[in-house]
Design a protein around this ligand. Sequence first.
Ligand code: SF4
Ligand code: SF4
Length: 430
Amino acid sequence: MAEILGRLLTDLGERSDYDAASQCSRCGYCEQACPTYVATGRESQSPRGRSQLVRLILEGKLSDPKAAEEALSTCLLCGACTTACYAKVAVPDLVLEGRRRARGDAHWLVRAASGLLVSRPAVLRLLLRAGFLLKRLGVSRLARPLLRLIGLPVLAAMDEHVEEAPLRLLDDRLPALRRAGEGDAWRYFAACGPRYLFPRVGAATWRALTHLRGKGRFMENRCCGLLAHNYGDVARARELAKLNIERAEATGDAPVVGDCSSCVAFLKSYPQLFLAPSEAPWRARAEKFSARVRDVVEAYGEDSPALPLAAAQGRVVYHDSCRALNGQGLKEEPRRAVRAAAGADYREMPESGVCCGGAGAFEFVHGELSDDILRRKVGNAASVQARTLVTSSTSCLIQLARGLKMYYPDARVLHISEYVAAAIEDRHGA
Ligand code: SF4
Ligand code: SF4
């Protein structure tokens, strides 16, 4: 049986998971904010349906486990419902509690990956480099049918959806960045996406922060634990959280800046992992840590008066990462930065705050539903003739790159660090 949290930190304070689920009055006000309800029209795939389902699980009254599995697994955890809900019902956290109670232990693949992230990061890097090399050689493409045959369709879908295959990871690029000098203005939390899949993003974050805030340092962090947490391994997520808190404490008290909004939102939620009385000392440390954490979109928003105009390259729009917008309430901050760099080229995209359907591994598991949501997003970008979409989460980068390639190849997607760093370097030189 997977470990459950039992208690949650909601917008209305600490609650048992049952009390949190009982806060839903079934008014239905959130329904139209939910991408899966809008795409399917099914009550079971709405926030109201899901919070009622979790309540039934907690009451031990679940009658159809198969239907429950579908309803819970198709939640994007985007949090748009909580933002829309007057009672701020914590549907994503409730869905995760429901999954942990209904499913049991995490999949062995998640346990293996998060085990490597905790104790053997060097082995993980070696495996990733080997995997990326096989991808570049076209071998992984040939292996897709076999992966499906042996019950690992997620890995086949990952290979199909993810275009990136960097042979030099961020860890290989850091020595050169550090040679330019380190300082105490910030601590860089390298999220796994920029670290292992989009090293160009991590390097851009480092350069942009250095220009805007002065010199900082790499925190030598581990994975934030989000993968383990969201896929059923709370104990491993807590272990990673403790490692990161200790690491941050050992590096002074400068702001900890991260460049994947999903991971940053999770770092800010670390106190929820330590609500048990036996974890009280860690809760205090987690609260202190999370107060230091900043999303790069916050940092760039604060620094927007110092941002130069980027070279004109057509219309620029901003796509909200769900975990920046709904997870951290960051709506204006990234817009301030993108508007400052884009000038008159900036447009607000219709439904910019609606999930793109990426949502971690969602796009690899629920391809059809994810695609429905993605097509709508790309259609919104095309409706304002966007040429550049700027965003801040790894899964948005993967999903939007795929969607644009398939449905609207006139446009590209960039991480906000890439966009900001390019504007700075156009003006001041690399
Ligand atoms: S989650 Fe909130 S908005 Fe949605 S039905 Fe429940 S109370 Fe109403
Ligand atoms: S988290 Fe997103 S997908 Fe899940 S119920 Fe809420 S709005 Fe719908």
